[in-house]
Design a protein around this ligand. Structure first.
Ligand code: IVH
Length: 712
């Protein structure tokens, strides 16, 4: 409690610097004194005005600049606090000038365009009681005891309205101020998998299934996997990371270069309809709307629950909250909508949001803990990344002891000190992020952190390139960089050497047996045995795995080299274009031709450096002979089928299973939905297996999958 109160006080301080003094003095004393002082209003008018201004400022940062300063949880905290004040002092609240409620995302960089039908926002619910109150309102408004609701994820991205005329995509516009938004048609067209024309669905009796004009409403977002890839690439290139997938989506739509949309893996999902002509083309219920969107061939919501009555509604919301951990896209809540369109129309809309829907926001996955220390990691390209070493704390069900701090400037900007109490949050990263400092609990002896001036691994003085936030170790023989390069090369997405983990790599590099990637292939049994791998079986196995890695797909070797800008997708493209490792390395012999793809340009720049060419050449010299692209290796037995993997399979890793399914023409999705054809379950299958059961999706095991691939 004391924490939240202080956070609010800290936000106030931006407007009332004098106020900070009072709070600061109190905090110097016992912590218990904090509560009484800051909760007594100096003046309700000032509190309400300050909160409104503060919220508007954060709205602008969030919507217009895609650079929020506080977490969603803190923002919601400010909104809730304001609501409490407004409810306690309604007369005063009416006197204080209002600040625009709906966020405005118009950037001034694009042409603006008026929506045919206004784009609205959603009311929020934060507790079970608030959600039940919404359900009760709906029951009352419709005069029913039990009402049918639809529960779907609240996608955490940027709202867009995409207009189709005569089935053709003609325009895409951001929400803007709800009335008009930025025309981002070019950017939205660059989203992979968005069709430009609507498919003609199966006829439905009594309905117009193809509208003349329709505004389809949805969300542009970045899937977690793409978010992680983009951030890893930016880190390697010395660029600042994106704090969360939403910022990445919003930032990219604001870029003038639309090709970044494709490169950064933006995606879109549609969940609603604005204007629709003729109106008879409008589906009768929300559930049918989702089906229709998919029938038009548009990416639609696959995770939809239908619930009858309040208890079932609460149950579905909880199911969604649990299932959310397995979603491939970011969600920050559940959206609950009245199912029947006729009732939606009857219940109507309010000032800025419909009355027939509500967004139930999940509690943020955030915790407070102590910063024990800051360590520095050296990445494979030499970038020094500070890491927060934390007092272990449980966050969203797992123990967290470390958090990324991104870069030197970030520590200075936050004035982070060892000994501080900090907030950590999961933002779609495997490693959580540190989102704030609780200044109220700062120990008196805490001193600012001094960032090292030499590489902690090889003592080479660090450098910072012009225009980059990253601090790098330029050392060419830095053992830390080498270790990370090997880890990346041997990783699952790379040449996948099982048994070559960080500890083994550290031993090999530490003893000087491996000085370059190619040295892995020169290892003898005694080199490995000394590493405690003299249990000859595991030593043999490691050498066997290294040997086998000489024959993996070319794309994996290219990816494993860790070329800046070349992730798994670009590596596949290079493999297709070049056909051999020799040919890829030869790209460095001449400048990339005009019109070459981004991947070719990146590879040409990389291999223009002789030392990088040498690495490739040496790999070839020691016998690395990648195989070609596995086109149709397993026939096309799984063409068009969608699989979801869960649990540990007996022989295949997740990456291997995915590869096999894709090679046979199938697709692998991160979450179970009505469109899933099969769930492949191993041991400890988790929630997806339950979802499969609920949705009546067949569950198969690995053996069955392999039989299907073999066409038996
Ligand atoms: S319905 C008029 N459904 O949340 C109804 N919105 O906070 C408004 N959002 O502006 C939209 N997922 O950008 C709806 N499944 C979903 C959604 C969703 C995310 C966004 C949308 C909206 C914002 C409101």
């Amino acid at each position: 409690m004391a924490v939240r109160v202080f956070l609010v006080a800290e936000n106030f301080s931006r407007h009332f610097r004098a106020g900070l003094w009072v709070v600061g003095l109190v905090l110097a004393g016992a912590e218990a004194q904090v509560l009484p002082v800051v909760t007594i209003p100096s003046s309700a008018r000032e509190e309400i005005a300050a909160l409104r201004i503060e919220i508007a400022r954060h709205d602008a940062l969030y919507h217009r600049q895609a650079a929020p300063e506080i977490s969603d949880g803190d923002y919601d905290g400010l909104k809730r606090k304001l609501r409490e004040w407004e409810q306690t002092y309604p007369e005063i609240a009416r006197e204080v000038p209002a600040v625009a409620e709906v966020g405005d995302d118009r950037s001034g960089l694009f042409q603006t365009y008026r929506h045919r039908e206004r784009m609205m926002s959603l009311e929020k619910a934060y507790t079970e009681a608030e959600l039940r109150a919404f359900a009760a309102r709906m029951a009352k408004a419709t005069g029913r005891r039990e009402v049918a609701f639809v529960v779907e994820p609240k996608f955490d991205g940027l709202a867009v309205s995409v207009t189709f005329e005569q089935g053709r995509l003609v325009r895409a516009v951001t929400r803007g101020n709800g009335v008009e938004g930025d025309d981002v048609t070019g950017h939205v067209l660059a989203i992979t998998g968005l069709p430009r024309t609507l498919r003609v669905p199966e006829p439905v009796a009594g309905a117009d299934v193809m509208p003349r004009v329709i505004e389809v409403r949805g969300e542009v977002y970045v899937p977690f996997a793409e978010f992680q890839r983009v951030n890893a690439e930016r880190e390697a290139a010395g660029e600042a990371r994106f704090a969360n997938p939403r910022n990445l989506a919003a930032g990219t739509l604001r870029q003038l270069d639309a090709s970044e949309v494709t490169r950064r893996g933006l995606a879109v999902v549609f969940y609603g309809i604005g204007a629709c002509e003729p109106l008879t083309a409008y589906p009768n219920n929300q559930y049918g709307l989702h089906a229709r969107i998919r029938a038009w061939g548009l990416p639609g919501v696959e995770e939809v629950w239908r619930a009858m009555g309040t208890d079932a509604l609460w149950g579905a919301v909880q199911t969604l909250e649990t299932a959310r951990a397995s979603f491939a896209f970011p969600t920050d809540g559940a959206v609950v909508k009245l199912d029947e369109m006729a009732w939606q129309r009857e219940v109507g809309v309010g000032e800025s949001a419909p009355r027939w829907a509500v967004a139930y926001k999940f509690a943020s996955e955030r915790a407070e803990t102590r910063l024990r220390g800051i360590t520095i990691q050296v990445g494979r390209t030499g970038v020094l990344t500070p890491v927060a070493e934390l007092e272990p704390v449980v966050l969203a069900g797992s123990k967290v002891a470390r958090a990324t701090l991104h870069n030197r400037d970030e520590i200075a900007r936050r004035d982070l000190r060892v000994g501080d109490f900090v907030y950590v949050e999961k933002a779609g990263e495997i490693i959580p992020a540190l989102v704030g400092v609780n200044r109220a609990r700062r120990p008196a002896e805490a001193v600012p952190f001094v960032f090292p001036t030499v590489c902690p691994a090889c003592q080479t003085p660090v450098v910072q390139r012009a225009g980059e936030v990253a601090v790098r170790c330029p050392g060419s023989a830095c053992p830390a960089q080498l270790r990370r390069r090997i880890e990346h090369f041997a990783s699952k997405a790379g040449v996948d050497i099982e048994g070559l983990g960080p500890v083994t790599i550290e031993g090999l590099v530490g003893r000087g047996v491996v000085k370059e990637l190619a040295d892995l292939y020169r290892l003898r049994r005694e080199d490995v045995a000394v590493l405690g791998k003299n249990v000859s079986k595991s030593a043999e196995r490691l050498l066997g795995a290294i040997e086998a890695s000489k024959r993996v797909e070319l794309a994996r070797v290219i990816y494993g080299l860790g070329i800046p800008q070349i992730g798994a997708v670009a590596a596949k493209e290079l493999a297709r274009e070049c056909g051999s490792l020799e040919a890829v390395a030869a790209l460095g012999n001449a400048a990339a031709p005009a019109g070459a793809s981004a991947a070719v340009r990146a590879a040409a720049a990389y291999f223009a450096e002789p030392k990088n060419r040498t690495v490739a050449r040496e790999l070839i010299a020691v016998g690395v002979r990648p195989t070609g692209v596995a086109a149709g290796a397993g026939g096309r037995a799984l063409l068009g089928k969608i699989f979801v993997l869960t649990g540990t399979l007996p022989t295949l890793s997740r990456a291997q299973a995915t590869e096999k399914i894709e090679a046979a023409g199938g697709k692998v999705s991160g979450s179970v939905s009505a469109r899933t054809d099969y769930v492949v379950a191993g041991t400890e299958p988790g929630v997806k297996r339950e979802q499969a059961r609920t949705l009546k999706v067949p569950v198969i095991d690995e053996a069955e999958l392999l039989r299907m691939i073999a066409g038996k």
